[in-house]
Design a protein around this ligand. Structure first.
Ligand code: ATP
Ligand code: MG
Length: 455
């Protein structure tokens, strides 16, 4: 802890001097003030505790006490009163004073009081710091975006988090935020104080996955030399996140369905039914309906899972969130890498907004991370985002001139029309898709006499 700072407020120089000398000798940093105005002024320098004279030339002690508390509720105040007036003392405590001392006071007594008071502040700070670290690391605000699609996702998460719903399905392409949504769902729910357990279904062979989820009895299979509790038991009261649910084999699908319906299960090799209270959040980037149609995923399990479904939208369908997310990650990497990147150059921003982001937010995050590690300017530019060039480079490799040739003018016209249509005739974004600037696309719109056809 830093050396605590004590502000001594009294209009009598002798009292200030004696308090100041003693407290300095005790190792504190001491500031002085002889009026209320000066006291409030000096409080701004950062003060842990104030020794405040009840009678000041320019204001009464209670009023000053109130102002000090308003400026910083954490500042402790010990009121020094010349008359032992019970009413004044009571009033002072009511207004938030830590304690009071009667003048003439004994310096040892004051030192003791100060020490105790500062222990309180220290404790309070520790508690707050603890709370802050335990406070939901995954609040709804972690889901960045202003588009309607993402606002809907947040609204659904909020509702479901506070509901008793025990099963939730998260769908969406890779990198759209299913993991994040699962954590937000857990940490904003009543279950937040209980475990959040995460298992990636595709990462384990089927038998291991089963015992991972349900646990096993001793001797249940070779190598099971002791009883083991599964995730569902460990997470009792909390949430189990089953990632990549589309990957589990039919036999396990049946067991999972039974668990979701009855809330009970048996350990592998066990006979007893075990009952737990967990919310199961399942995620998949596969189209489960399709898996059902193909016979790879049980229909009944699909219906059981699909009661409350949140679909995370792909980034390309919410392009207006792209600048926000870019800013969010520039800020967070500035902090992490101790950098001072100010933002993204306008033309790069346009192109990033028009880019399709096949890897969604994960790709965006990684792109910003890379750009911030390697980039050198205050602004990130297109050159810092290789995928902007990459997309087009690949194109030049794959577009091969047909043997019978083409009409270049027609091809150009067709591409401009496609770009405009794809971007709802937003010229800036269409231009970015073609690697042009706005003047260049306007020139072509005029050249080809293109007009928007109302749909
Ligand atoms: N709306 C959002 N705002 C800010 N960051 C986000 C948002 N959505 C996702 N992210 C971040 O993007 C990255 C990828 O998200 P996440 O891991 O949740 O994707 P996923 O859908 O689980 O992908 P996969 O299917 O590949 O497992 C993470 O770093 C996550 O924190
Ligand atoms: Mg994931």
């Amino acid at each position: 802890m830093q050396v605590p700072t004590i502000l001594v407020v009294d209009d009598e120089p002798l009292i200030r001097w004696s308090l100041s000398a003693r407290l300095t000798a005790e190792g504190y940093r001491v500031l002085e003030a002889d009026t209320a105005a000066q006291a409030l002024e000096r409080q701004r320098e950062g003060v842990d505790l104030v020794l405040l004279d009840y009678r000041l030339p320019d204001a009464d002690g209670l009023a000053v006490l109130q102002r000090i508390k308003e400026a910083d509720p954490d500042t402790l105040v010990i009121l020094l009163t010349a008359y032992s007036s019970v009413e004044a003392a009571v009033e002072a405590m009511k207004r938030g004073a830590y304690h009071y001392a009667n003048k003439p006071f004994n310096l040892d007594e004051i030192v003791l009081l100060v020490r105790k008071a500062l222990e309180t502040t220290e404790l309070r700070r520790e508690i707050r710091a603890l709370r802050a670290t335990q406070a939901q690391p995954y609040g709804l605000e972690r889901i960045v975006g202003e588009s309607e699609a993402i606002a809907n996702v947040r609204a659904l998460l909020r509702k479901i988090a506070s509901s008793p719903a025990s099963t939730v399905l998260l769908t969406g392409e890779s990198g759209t935020g299913k993991d994040l949504a699962a954590k937000v769902l857990h940490y904003t729910s009543q279950r937040a104080g209980k475990p959040f357990m995460n298992v990636t279904c595709s990462a384990l062979p089927e038998t291991l996955l089963e015992s991972e989820l349900f646990g096993h009895e001793r001797g249940a299979f070779t190598g099971a030399d002791r009883q083991k509790r599964g995730l569902f038991e460990t997470a009792d009261g909390g949430t189990v996140f089953l990632d990549e649910i589309g990957e589990i084999v039919p036999a396990l699908q049946a067991k999972l369905l039974r668990f979701l319906e009855e809330k009970t299960f048996k350990r592998v090799g066990g006979a007893a039914d075990i009952r737990v209270d967990v919310r199961v959040v399942a995620a998949t980037n596969r189209k489960l309906e399709e898996e059902v149609r193909q016979g790879r995923f049980r229909e009944d399990l699909y219906y059981r899972l699909n009661v409350l479904t949140i679909t995370l939208p792909p980034l390309r369908e919410r392009a207006r969130d792209i600048p926000l997310l870019l800013k969010y990650y520039v800020d967070s990497f500035n902090t992490e890498f101790k950098k001072r990147v100010q933002g993204i150059a306008a033309d790069a921003l346009e192109r990033l907004q028009a880019y399709a982001w096949p890897g969604n937010i994960r790709e965006l995050r990684n792109a910003v991370e890379r750009a911030m590690i390697l980039g050198e300017g205050k602004l990130l530019t297109s050159a810092d985002f290789p995928m902007l060039a990459g997309g087009r480079a690949r194109l030049t490799e794959t577009v091969e001139l047909p043997a019978h040739g083409i009409n270049l003018d027609e091809l150009e016209r067709s591409l401009v029309v496609q770009a405009l249509d794809r971007c709802g005739w937003n010229q800036t974004r269409a231009a970015a898709l073609l690697g042009l600037n706005r003047d260049q696309i306007r020139y072509r719109i005029e050249k080809f006499k293109l007009e928007r056809v109302p749909s």
